[in-house]
Design a protein around this ligand. Structure first.
Ligand SMILES: Cc1cc2nc3c(=O)[nH]c(=O)nc-3n(C[C@H](O)[C@H](O)[C@H](O)COP(=O)(O)OP(=O)(O)OC[C@H]3O[C@@H](n4cnc5c(N)ncnc54)[C@H](O)[C@@H]3O)c2cc1C
Length: 464
């Protein structure tokens, strides 16, 4: 179905909360409708948007904003998991069909309920056999429950572009499937995740993207693009560069692992996980014990030993059995931990408007970095250490550090503010900030950093 709205208010459709409109808003719930949509009759330019969480609308948009509103989640493959009991793929043991490749993905969540993409071939719609994830997504199940020897290590899940990415993460974690858990709570939709190559806590979307399904506006056909051909890099892809404006992404097939693949060594995840879950796994007596305790417990079927040494009120948990965290952790535990970390650091877009990290972290020559170190030591003392990451011969310097050093933390300009808890984020502090105010603050930050450090910051947020 295609729904059109003239002079459409976008203020609820962008997480920055910019009060702007577009001349025409088109919602497409069934990708095959793209074949019959008369694009030449639409006000130009055409802009495809997802959840509007990486956008700064700088003014009323003079053309057409198109949104893919399809929402389905279609796992396919085999797994060794009793949770899938009763879920059958009637198309036979060979499995798993990609039901809408040539003609484009169909929207499976119409009013009549979940539709089965493969119609005539008779794959059964097993809605209800797997949990229905939040956000009215239809889970179309063609997972075959099998004996362990037949189980595979990965499972494909085709997810419609309009599914909220975090709903997909929630579903995967609830199913015990590995891959997207570190990307939990990143705002936005599945279609955009393949454009942006979203990333957090050591994982990027490209790590789990198998195929991007899209409508090619230049040939008016549906195409399947292997993830490896999408030119993925740090928060970028060919969809953002050479292919800009060419494709409307209709769905993404992700490859999830049925065997544990915890990624814990980034951004304090391991420490937070240990504090959160190992601590609560201890008997109350041990938790309250200010001295060393040695506990034998079971997790994930393996016995392991934890020794706790309390320092004040904060128990320090050290594992005696190497790797016991890896053995006992589940995707759900990692997801919960990451959500807790993110909620502390980042503004909730439902409460305070933003588009996440406003600037990219610059990568500079080492000699340039040494000059920055000299400035920082002159200001903060000879022992001061500038945070940085080596990127081959070059050095990545956190933009947040520079913004903070320039005294911008919490700085206000009208309704726009550099977020006090994370200076990389510019927020709509009053809910009334205008695009002009956000841009003025952005330019002030860029100019000050250019003058002080000789670095040109570039926005990560797309200006529309
Ligand atoms: C509080 C906050 C925290 C954030 N944290 C992170 C983070 O940790 N890591 C991270 O990587 N990002 C983060 N972001 C940025 C943002 O969530 C991501 O960039 C996200 O992928 C944007 O998704 P969206 O659906 O909102 O896309 P939009 O912002 O609507 O669009 C983004 C781009 O994708 C294109 N696009 C969208 N859908 C389609 C489609 N179906 N077909 C073709 N093109 C399409 C748009 O044209 C645009 O170029 C954060 C944002 C916020 C507000």
């Amino acid at each position: 179905m295609v729904t059109r709205h003239e002079t459409y208010d976008l203020s609820q459709r962008n997480t920055f909360g910019m009060k702007v409109s577009c001349r025409l808003y088109v919602e497409v719930t069934e990708p095959e409708d793209l074949l019959t949509l008369d694009f030449s009759s639409l006000p130009q330019p055409l802009f495809v948007m997802g959840g509007g969480s990486n956008l700064l609308f700088t003014r009323d948009f003079p053309g057409t904003v198109l949104h893919m509103g399809n929402r389905f989640l279609h796992p396919s493959g085999v797994r060794n998991d009793s949770r899938a009991t009763g879920v059958r793929n009637d198309s036979g043991a060979t499995g798993v069909r990609n039901d809408s490749r040539a003609t484009g993905a169909r929207n499976d969540s119409r009013a009549t309920g979940v539709r089965n993409d493969s119609g005539a071939t008779g794959v059964r719609n097993d809605k209800g056999a797997l949990p229905v994830v939040p956000g009215d997504i239809s889970v179309i199940s063609s997972v075959i429950s099998v004996v362990p020897s037949e189980a595979k290590e990965s499972l494909s899940v085709r997810v419609a572009a309009g599914v909220v990415f975090d709903d997909f993460c929630a579903w995967a974690a609830s199913e015990g499937l590995w891959g997207p858990e570190n990307l939990s709570l990143i705002p936005g939709e599945v279609g955009a995740s393949a454009v942006q190559n979203i990333g957090a806590y050591g994982v990027e979307a490209k790590d789990i993207i198998d195929t991007v399904h899209a409508f090619d506006l230049s040939t008016r056909t549906f195409v399947d693009i292997p993830g490896v051909d999408c030119g993925y890099g740090y928060r970028t892809s060919l969809f953002k560069t050479d292919w800009k404006g060419r494709y409307i992404i209709t769905a993404v097939t992700f490859r999830l692992s049925t065997v544990p693949q915890p990624k814990l060594d980034y951004g304090g995840v391991r420490k937070a996980l240990e504090a959160r879950f190992l601590d609560s796994a201890l008997p109350g007596s041990a938790r309250n014990d200010k001295n060393t305790s040695v506990i034998s417990t079971k997790a994930g079927g393996d016995a392991f030993v934890i020794s706790t040494k309390a320092e004040g009120d904060s128990p320090v948990i050290s594992t005696k059995a190497e790797g016991c965290v890896e053995k006992s952790v589940t995707p759900q535990m990692i997801r919960d931990t990451i959500i807790a970390i993110r909620e502390k650091k980042l503004p909730d877009p439902k409460v305070i408007g933003s588009a996440g990290s406003f600037f990219c972290n610059p990568v500079i020559e080492r000699a340039h970095f040494e000059r920055i170190v000299a400035i920082a030591k002159a200001e903060n003392g000879p022992d001061y250490e500038v945070p940085h990451y080596d990127v081959g011969e070059r050095v990545k310097v956190p933009a947040a550090w520079m913004i903070d050093q320039c005294g911008f933390k919490g700085a206000r300009l009208g309704g726009a503010q550099v977020y006090p808890n994370q200076p990389l984020v510019i927020v709509n502090a009053t809910g009334e900030a205008t695009p002009e105010e956000i841009i003025a603050l952005e330019q002030r930050v860029i100019g000050t950093i250019r003058d002080k450090y000789g670095i040109e910051l570039h926005p990560e947020v797309e200006h529309v």
